[in-house]
Design a protein around this ligand. Structure first.
Ligand SMILES: Cc1cc2nc3c(=O)[nH]c(=O)nc-3n(C[C@H](O)[C@H](O)[C@H](O)COP(=O)(O)O)c2cc1C
Length: 209
């Protein structure tokens, strides 16, 4: 197991416990408690996540909360074989999606900018890029917020995005980006993710120029 360096906690303005829960001890679990994850908890998580930054406040992250057996089955059918068993074990599955028609919400996200709707409407390619990029940034905040709510999360990109889009979201313009298998930590303490793999350190991943 790679030793994660412990920084001086005085550097941060959140408690060391919070840093442990959000970063140092948080893992991409594949096992969870059977305890139900109430949708109200996800709503509260969303109250934080919607404050995450995005390009020109486009706020393109959308969430599909798969509470029905029907939705779970459709997600399972479109997941890669290796991901199905993990998804099946998860008490709750979320689909994080991007909305390339984010400009339908300009009255909330950019009020008082006349003409912006028409400009964005005429640029579907640029909107698709903005929606994708900013949704992925917001997904990072989503994972942190779920962890802050005491949940373990396994992100999974191994699924048929086009197929899931058609089967689950045909009535919306949203693009599925990532599946999130979510649950409270397993009571026996085994998150099922094995030993933490290494990460590039400062020397490999940063440069002072
Ligand atoms: C964008 C993304 C895609 C991923 N896709 C999959 C996947 O399809 N299947 C899977 O089992 N895990 C997937 N993972 C989980 C990663 O393997 C895991 O987050 C990584 O190994 C770090 O594990 P740790 O958080 O336990 O240290 C994905 C993670 C991310 C962020």
């Amino acid at each position: 197991m790679t030793a994660v360096p412990r920084f001086t906690d005085a550097t941060f303005r959140v408690e060391a416990d919070a840093l442990d829960a959000l970063f140092r001890d948080a893992r991409s679990a594949t096992r969870w408690s059977e305890r139900e994850v109430p949708v109200d908890v996800i709503r509260e998580v969303h109250e934080l996540v919607r404050l995450a930054p995005s390009a020109n406040n486009s706020s393109p992250l959308r969430l599909v909360v798969a509470t029905s057996e029907h939705a779970r089955e459709i997600i399972m059918e479109h997941a890669s074989r290796g991901n199905r068993v993990k998804l099946d074990r998860a008490p709750l599955i979320l689909v994080a999606a991007s909305d390339p028609r984010y400009h339908e919400h300009l009255d909330v996200t950019a009020p008082g900018l006349p003409g912006l709707y028409e400009v964005l409407e005429s640029r579907p390619d640029a909107r698709a890029i903005t929606a994708h990029d900013s949704a992925w940034l917001q997904i990072g905040f989503l994972i942190l917020a779920l962890r802050a709510a005491g949940l373990d999360v396994r992100p999974m990109a191994g699924f048929d995005k086009a197929g899931l889009s058609q089967a689950l979201l045909a009535d919306r313009p949203w693009h599925p980006e990532l599946l999130l298998a979510v649950g409270y930590p397993a009571e026996d303490g085994d998150h099922g993710a094995g030993d933490r793999r290494g990460r590039p350190d400062w020397d490999a991943a940063a440069v002072e120029i």
